[in-house]
Unconditional design. Sequence first.
Length: 84
Amino acid sequence: MTSRAVTPGEAAEHVVDLWSTSIVFRAGHRIQVQVTSSNFPRWDRNLNTGEPEDTATTGRVGRQQVFHDPARPSRIVLPVVPPA
């Protein structure tokens, strides 16, 4: 996923490439989705300022909002591969 600035309160689509990940979900299994600004130290930090990450020194709290109303429905699309 490429980092880009978004306008607060405005809906935006984000496509996240999970590479070649494969997980079997059996009947009754559930998934959890965490929406965050960063995953430090696994990935580079995100100071939420738009400054270059390698030279930025001041951080700002990131606030995520997932819309789920009729005008802005949210969804997660997972590909389904039939069993062999």
